[in-house]
Design a protein. Structure first.
Length: 311
């Protein structure tokens, strides 16, 4: 190694030697975007050629494939809070030290730019999109590709083609890639499953019977496509009145947990119907970032999800 040269990024240097004033350095660029890799290479070259006895630096950048786990997050119907759960789960996993990416694949109702409070549009390098960073995670959304308030009037092939660009983006060293699917069991879900083969799926439902009927269809779709269903999350399970403190169950109670048991699917946990979650979502500030009962609930779900993935 060229320790005497005091080169930066020493943890990425795999081999090096100096002969006749020429430094030959092999570096690991795994997990770096093209721009980041170029920046690292330039820094090392500058440091090497600025050292006594070195007139030239030849640097080879190598990279290995990052092991990445894709998890699809779906629901049988809309209005169950799937996107809010996805955003907060991603942030909670990042707080646990995981390198997390989030794809907003909800073609006709992309909401992650709002939920994450980011209007930044992604750029492309070498024909690959570079994810935008927010709250400690990387994310891409179909909503970033159109102007706010404009409809995505796309037919199936256009939607699935756009989704492929998001999946094939430059995700760097991302370990967990969550995909916020549109509700239902249509073209986008089938395309993702067939082409990307998620390691598992999570289904979000309310305790309401009507929601659970559709949640069962979503579970059935993943089962038929041989994608393990990692678990069911019951959202909007309980409401605590902010004035009197009394709790109620506007959508019923325990329905998702019973349905999970009947289908032989793990039950990951439940989330409250909370004004705080709604307010934070509207402000682009996921509650999983902070502390409190709602944040604790998302942290518990994230831990359950990691345990399910490990199995």
């Amino acid at each position: 190694m060229l320790d005497h040269l005091q080169l930066p990024h020493a943890d990425r240097i795999r081999s090096s030697r100096v002969a006749d004033g020429v430094a030959t350095i092999i570096m690991d660029a795994t997990g770096l975007s093209p721009n980041e890799a170029k920046s690292v290479e330039d820094e090392v070259r500058t440091a090497a050629t600025g050292s006594p006895g070195v007139r030239e630096a030849r640097i080879a950048m190598t990279a290995s494939q990052v092991a990445r786990t894709m998890i699809a997050i779906g629901s049988g119907k809309g209005g169950v809070g799937k996107s809010t759960v996805s955003a907060n789960l991603a942030v909670a996993l990042a707080k646990m030290g995981k390198k997390v990416g989030l794809i907003d694949a909800d073609v006709y109702g992309p909401s992650q730019p709002t939920l994450l409070g980011s209007s930044t549009k992604p750029v492309a390098e070498n024909d690959k999109l570079i994810p935008v960073e927010a709250h400690g995670i990387r994310f891409l959304s179909l909503g970033q590709l159109v102007s706010p308030g404009h409809a995505l009037a796309w037919r199936g092939p256009m939607a699935t083609g756009a989704l492929a660009n998001l999946v094939d983006a430059e995700w760097g060293d991302t370990e967990l890639l969550l995909v916020d699917l549109p509700p239902g069991t249509g073209d986008v879900q089938l395309s993702l499953i067939q082409k990307s083969r998620p390691a598992g799926a999570v289904i979000v439902s309310t305790p309401q019977d009507l929601s659970l009927i559709d949640a069962r269809r979503a579970v059935d779709l993943f089962n038929k496509m041989s994608v393990p269903v990692l678990g069911l999350i019951e959202n909007m399970a309980i409401y605590a009145c902010p004035h009197c403190g009394e709790s109620s169950h506007p959508f019923g109670t325990g329905g998702a947990e019973r349905a999970a048991a009947e289908m032989g699917v793990p039950f990951l946990g439940r989330l409250p119907l909370s004004p705080a979650i709604r307010e934070a979502s509207d402000e682009g500030r996921p509650l999983a970032l902070g502390s409190g009962p709602e944040s604790d609930a998302f942290a518990a779900l994230a831990a359950q999800l990691l345990a399910a993935v490990a199995h």
